[in-house]
Design a protein around this ligand. Structure first.
Ligand SMILES: Cc1cc2nc3c(=O)[nH]c(=O)nc-3n(C[C@H](O)[C@H](O)[C@H](O)COP(=O)(O)OP(=O)(O)OC[C@H]3O[C@@H](n4cnc5c(N)ncnc54)[C@H](O)[C@@H]3O)c2cc1C
Ligand code: FES
Length: 373
């Protein structure tokens, strides 16, 4: 079969076979994986849940992993990472993504406003080391905040679908009950599985506005915040006194991640803590390295090196390199550094070997650099 596809590819050269097949139907591709949006739900303000039917190349995901989807906006394809919220191993081969619309976000706003059944997007295989292990840990603590709910919700739904016999706690921080997606499913899981506890916290609401029950809410508030605020040691002990014996999975904003990490480090439990971030704060540019010129040779554009990442400097210079995660995990932004030295802002290491692929989003130039974009 592979030989036959290769033969047809040769005959259809210079264009790959998929370029012809997509003219017939966008999801008829042989090599490129795509997905058709089959259902769109805007059940919580500020986010949209998409159900996608992938093409036959899709091999499924492990709960906690992410996929990249590619959307063409104004003729330019943009890739972004999203973590499926559906349980792993479902038989219907569908993926469910919940996308939070960022105020200035290009792709998330586009999907929030324009996603509709029938739309076809590019899709990459599921990836990522943040995943529910086999065999399942007996006790599982899931902690999330805001849009970080998605990978841990997939874990929760997977454990629920498997009727996991051990203790499971899901502790989630949201701005208010109204913006919490998948609330009805959380409610149903808590009702059906007596060994699962769903703990919802609304620290902003407690601090800023008087708690109020929304009369239009279609759910029963199973676990309203009981004087709880932000995550701390007392909260951890309250919801999961057995946390030292559990495996803990956390995804959320930086402040939540830092609070959890600090406690697990103090307790020397780092090996039981598994984390995923949607954004990272990179080390600030070193002023001593922000000199010289960055030459984007393929575009014939040069700019004064201001010390920011090569991705940011390219964007400031009016270029639009491809990117996905902007944090060094998806490799969408990889380009060849022809010459010069760059510093990896995640590891702090420098490298100056010529003609090396580097990730633009986490590398900053040290003096003169030439990149092939
Ligand atoms: C592993 C992983 C899983 C994820 N899963 C989910 C998920 O399930 N649900 C979800 O909602 N999100 C998820 N995300 C986040 C998602 O990938 C996108 O980052 C998010 O949707 C915003 O994309 P956007 O195109 O709307 O925003 P963008 O237009 O990319 O902007 C987002 C932010 O990037 C920065 N930025 C953008 N352009 C520039 C520029 N020119 N210069 C400097 N800074 C800039 C800004 O800070 C901006 O606020 C995940 C991310 C990762 C890494
Ligand atoms: S954008 Fe994902 S690695 Fe750079």
């Amino acid at each position: 079969m592979v030989d036959l596809i290769n033969l047809v590819q040769t005959l259809t050269s210079p264009h790959p076979l998929d370029r012809y097949l997509e003219l017939i139907r966008p999801t008829l591709t042989v090599r490129d994986m795509r997905a058709e949006i089959t259902h769109v739900r805007r059940s919580a303000p500020g986010s949209v849940t998409l159900t996608l039917r992938p093409t036959r190349q899709w091999k499924g995901h492990v709960a906690g992993q992410y996929v990249q989807i590619g959307v063409v906006i104004d003729g330019v394809r943009h890739m972004r990472c999203y973590s499926p919220v559906n349980p792993e191993g479902g038989l219907d081969r569908h993926i469910q993504l919940t996308v939070k619309a960022h105020p200035d976000g290009l792709v998330s706003q586009y999907l929030y406003r324009h996603a509709a059944a029938g739309m076809v997007v590019d899709l990459t295989p599921a990836d990522g080391v943040f995943r529910l292990p086999e065999p399942r840990p007996e006790r599982v603590l899931l902690i999330s905040g805001g849009s970080g709910i998605t990978p841990v919700l997939s874990m929760l739904r997977t454990l629920a679908a498997e009727d996991h016999p051990g203790e499971v706690v899901f502790l989630h921080y949201a701005k208010s009950p109204a913006v919490l997606p998948h609330r009805a499913e959380l409610d149903a899981i808590a009702r059906r599985h007596r060994n699962f506890r769903i703990e919802l916290r609304y620290p902003h609401r407690i601090e800023n506005v008087a708690p109020r029950v929304d009369p239009d809410a279609p759910w029963v508030d199973l676990a309203p915040a009981k004087g709880g605020g932000y995550f701390d040691y007392d909260e951890l002990e309250r919801v999961a006194p057995w946390f030292a014996d559990a495996q803990t999975y956390v995804c959320g904003p930086q402040s939540l991640m830092d609070a959890v990490r600090t406690i697990y480090q103090a307790e020397q439990l780092e090996d039981r803590l598994h984390t995923e971030e949607f954004t990272i704060a990179l080390a600030p540019a070193d002023a001593g390295e922000a000199h010289g010129t960055v030459n984007f040779s393929a575009s014939g554009v040069s700019a004064r090196n201001d010390g920011a990442t090569l991705l940011e400097q390219a964007e400031s210079a009016g270029l639009s390199p491809e990117y996905g995660c902007r944090m060094g995990i998806c490799f969408s932004c990889t380009a060849v550094r022809r010459s010069g030295c760059t510093r990896n802002l995640r590891t702090g290491e420098t490298d100056s070997d010529p003609d090396q692929p580097i990730q633009l989003c986490i590398n900053a130039p040290v003096g003169d650099v030439e990149v092939d974009i």
